[in-house]
Design a protein around this ligand. Structure first.
Ligand SMILES: Cc1cc2nc3c(=O)[nH]c(=O)nc-3n(C[C@H](O)[C@H](O)[C@H](O)COP(=O)(O)OP(=O)(O)OC[C@H]3O[C@@H](n4cnc5c(N)ncnc54)[C@H](O)[C@@H]3O)c2cc1C
Length: 174
């Protein structure tokens, strides 16, 4: 019997990482492909090409011009609280600072992609409201509050069941 799984693990084990001058091709210019490219460049890869079947250089990701990838949307929501899933919380807090950096780059005219101007913002800091049918706060929401507090983001998740939180909500005019 041939153990194909063991064979492919051995191949992965023996794979030689590409050197930083090797031509690197990323297929798909959605957020993942496009996001990977600058990070490879920051890590010293010098020959990175992103390919896509869509002519984004012409359509500028406009849905109305046929760009139908999940990333080609009018807007996206990013949130940090993920209850018990701390890895998502960490990822999002890390990326939110990148979104702020990108806003600053746009405003200062450092990087202004085609179709955008220095008056645009790619990230708008906002808030969201979750509704529940139960009187008690569900465990997932409690976990959101606890995990965010532990990470240093106290009072960013407010529950109307908590009198102190209600005061903050009023003070903020929410
Ligand atoms: C309606 C909707 C709403 C969403 N809302 C949110 C949200 O609010 N917040 C959030 O975080 N996430 C949201 N998501 C999820 C998020 O959009 C996706 O996880 C993300 O955009 C996926 O990015 P991607 O780069 O992997 O894929 P895609 O954006 O799909 O990009 C894949 C790219 O590969 C190209 N491609 C495919 N096949 C080939 C090929 N054979 N050759 C060359 N190119 C090819 C496509 O043209 C496309 O450009 C939403 C998704 C949907 C569908």
């Amino acid at each position: 019997m041939i153990d194909l799984a063991a064979q492919s693990f051995r191949e992965i084990d023996q794979a030689v990482p590409p050197n930083k001058q090797s031509p690197t091709v990323i297929v798909g210019a959605g957020i993942f492909g496009l996001g990977t490219a600058p990070h490879l460049c920051k890590r010293g890869y010098t020959d990175v090409t992103v390919l896509d079947k869509q002519p984004y250089d012409e359509t500028l990701y406009s849905y109305f011009k046929g760009a139908d990838a999940a990333s080609a949307d009018m807007n996206k929501i990013v949130r940090s609280s993920y209850g018990f899933q701390k890895e998502y919380q960490d990822l999002s807090t890390e990326t939110i600072s990148e979104w702020h950096n990108w806003n600053a780059e746009l405003k200062e005219g450092v990087t202004v992609p085609p179709g955008m101007s220095t008056k645009d913002a790619v990230f708008v800091h906002s808030f969201h409201v979750s509704l529940s049918t139960s009187v008690e706060l569900p465990p997932w929401n409690l976990a959101c509050i606890e995990a965010m507090e532990k990470a240093g983001y106290k009072d960013t998740q407010l529950a109307t069941t908590n009198p102190r939180h209600r005061e903050i909500v009023q003070q903020k005019g929410l």
